[in-house]
Design a binder for this molecule. Structure first.
Ligand SMILES: [Zn+2]
Length: 428
């Protein structure tokens, strides 16, 4: 976007006149903004900084000091021989009445046998007036599935009138601020200095003066919590517990897990003001323990709920079946009897592996369900429609007819008059 307004023209001029980053600041970024690694396989290791190999003997507790370039290294076990990394950092300046944050992109290309190649460029600047108005100037940010790069010419970037997506892609989250950074006294007073993390400088300036909780977190350097100030209600919701954590200097390794854990404490009605609960020694372990405990309880509650449901269904069913109680008829080894309780439906369904229980046949108004048995073991289940006194179905194991199907159907048919007599008799 062309600089059109007076403010834009002023920012563009000042930005172009700004001194470029110094060599010594670049060196600082190389040293401090990216991790220093060695890759080790089973036979040897190499330093990603200087590219040279060294013996596994000098590795201790996954760290080593490179014998060639003297860099202290974290050792990773891998067979990879190349690596790429990118990070962002910032330098803050005060220029005329502006608070300025200047952002840099640092890319590193590592290859075994070669010294690391760094690529550093200035990508964006925030120019912030005393009234809070922010002007952004910098490179074009191309961000999509294939590409995340800053390029093009140094221009005013119109982000206020853009959609959320465009706005957020010009919001740079620097990993750290260079120690030479200068902040206005009014910002330093509320805790904004080179340690700022979790919020961008524009975010911090717009939020902290109006949010005492954010200010408390910033002054306590609890950046892991500060970053949640903008993204949800947890900071407000858990503020009493956060104060306990601050007071106890409790280190929170994973804030999301901790919030989750506090929700679990609420579920189990624990005291959220008590450091014993709020600050567990092993957060992950306590979190997992409560998750399992909650799952157990929910499972038990579900079983109990289902049990009560069946109890209710059974009361209804027994009053419906009352007149048929004790009814049974025989032919040879086959005995056909009425299913007299919901429990019997459950057993029948389990033994014959069909849906007479799960589909709640006991609740069907029109149906009478009988069980055909040999030696008291269910062989088939019969449904009779009490409206027309017809056999609807007679099914054995897995809904298939048994070897006795014909005999069973014949026996039931023969006894339909008896069923009809009982049904009509009690109604009359
Ligand atoms: Zn080295």
């Amino acid at each position: 976007m062309k600089a059109r307004t007076k403010l834009h023209i002023r920012v563009k001029k000042l930005s172009e006149a700004m001194p470029r980053i110094k060599k010594i600041q670049e060196k600082w970024a190389h040293q401090n903004c990216l991790p220093h690694l060695a890759y080790a396989n089973k036979s040897s290791a190499f330093c990603l900084d200087c590219g040279k190999s060294f013996s596994l003997d000098i590795i201790s507790r996954k760290t080593a000091t490179c014998p060639h370039c003297k860099q202290y290294l974290k050792v990773e076990l891998t067979r990879k021989t190349t690596h790429k990394a990118v990070t962002y950092f910032a330098i803050a300046h005060v220029i005329e009445d502006f608070q300025v944050a200047e952002y840099f992109e640092l890319r590193a290309y590592y290859k075994k046998g070669e010294k690391v190649h760094y690529f550093l460029q200035a990508i964006m600047e925030d120019w912030i007036l005393p009234n809070g108005k922010i002007t952004k100037i910098g490179l074009l940010h191309t961000l999509n599935y294939y590409c995340d790069s800053f390029s093009g010419s140094w221009e005013i970037r119109d982000w206020r009138h853009a959609g959320y997506y465009t706005r957020s892609k010009y919001e740079i989250y620097p990993r750290m601020y260079h120690p030479d950074s200068v902040f206005k006294p009014e910002f330093k007073k509320i805790g904004i200095n080179k340690n700022l993390a979790g919020l961008t400088l524009p975010e911090a300036i717009s939020i902290i003066p109006y949010n005492p909780k954010a200010e408390t977190l910033l002054k306590a350097k609890r950046f892991e919590l500060l970053e949640h100030v903008t993204s949800g209600s947890e900071i407000n919701r858990f503020w009493p517990s956060i104060k306990i954590a601050l007071r106890n200097k409790y280190k929170i390794k994973d804030v999301k897990i901790w919030f989750d854990y506090l929700d679990l404490l609420i579920y189990f009605q624990k005291d959220l003001h008590n450091a014993v609960y709020v600050c567990p020694k092993n957060l992950k372990k306590e979190h997992d323990r409560l998750v399992n405990k909650k799952r157990d309880r929910q499972r038990r509650e579900e079983i109990e709920r289902r049990r009560r449901e069946i109890e209710q269904a059974d009361i209804l069913f027994r009053s419906k079946i009352e007149k048929f109680t004790g009814l049974q008829f025989k032919s040879g080894e086959i005995v056909v009897k009425v299913l007299e309780s919901v429990k019997e439906f459950e057993q029948e369904g389990e033994i014959l592996n069909h849906c007479v229980f799960t589909n709640e046949y006991y609740a069907k108004e029109e149906s009478l369900i009988l069980s055909a048995r040999i030696d008291n073991v269910p062989v088939e289940t019969i449904e009779i429609n009490l409206g027309n006194m017809k056999i609807v179905q007679s099914r054995g194991l897995g809904n298939n007819p048994s070897a006795y199907n014909k005999k069973i159907v014949a026996l039931v048919k023969k006894n339909i008059p008896e069923i009809r007599r009982i049904f009509n008799h009690k109604i009359a």
